[in-house]
Design a protein around this ligand. Sequence first.
Ligand code: ZN
Ligand code: FE
Length: 254
Amino acid sequence: MAALTIEQIPVLRDNYVYLVHDSASGLTAAVDPAVAEPVTAALAVRGWRLTHILNTHHHGDHTGGNLPLKAATGCTIVGHGADAHRIPGIDVAVGDGESFAFGRTAAQIIAVPGHTLGHIAYWFAEARAVFCGDTLFSLGCGRLFEGTAAMMWQSLGRLRQLPDETRVCCAHEYTQSNAAFALTIDPANPALRERAAAVAALRRQGLPTVPSRLGDEKAANPFLRADAPALAAVVGSDDPVAVFGEIRRRKDVF
Ligand code: ZN
Ligand code: FE
């Protein structure tokens, strides 16, 4: 049985657009197409026809390609119903807990407010891949533009419940700078030190550091570890929301 094929397209300065292709049905989705042209080119190389756009949130570096791609292909645009007014060209409104059918498989919608209020993640259980936009990054998390620390901590907690082997398909290549910050918070963590070294080696070769593996994020990403004793000690609180909020605040000014 052929699994979904996932292709990663680097665009703009540090964004990733993903193509998700189901060979059995011929469906192809673009996740968060920041721009249209590199997506069109990648589709042409593969001989795929775009049938869907899956948006995690409304920001322009995730939706900028929506309208031109829809005009060119007639694809169906999927996004959070609460953000229908600010997701260009949206056709299908989804919400937390719903399942979005995609060929023989499906994506489960997980509401992950914090970066924006209408942010969602798409969890393809069968393919063990989560498209989490700007919520969970490798060794980091998104800025709190619209939500609170409590909201984001809860959202990250929902992603943390997914299986360790899950591929974290996040939308930006921020890992190396995230690693530098994480080491200021959790310097003695061997999993973080190892991962920081591996990330530096990948970047020296110009290679992507994402998708990462969720199990590695659980061990090394300080934003998933706000309830760990080591981080409570650094911040001087054992309230995970307070610890998370303080780590996020420090990252904002790092
Ligand atoms: Zn964003
Ligand atoms: Fe972004």
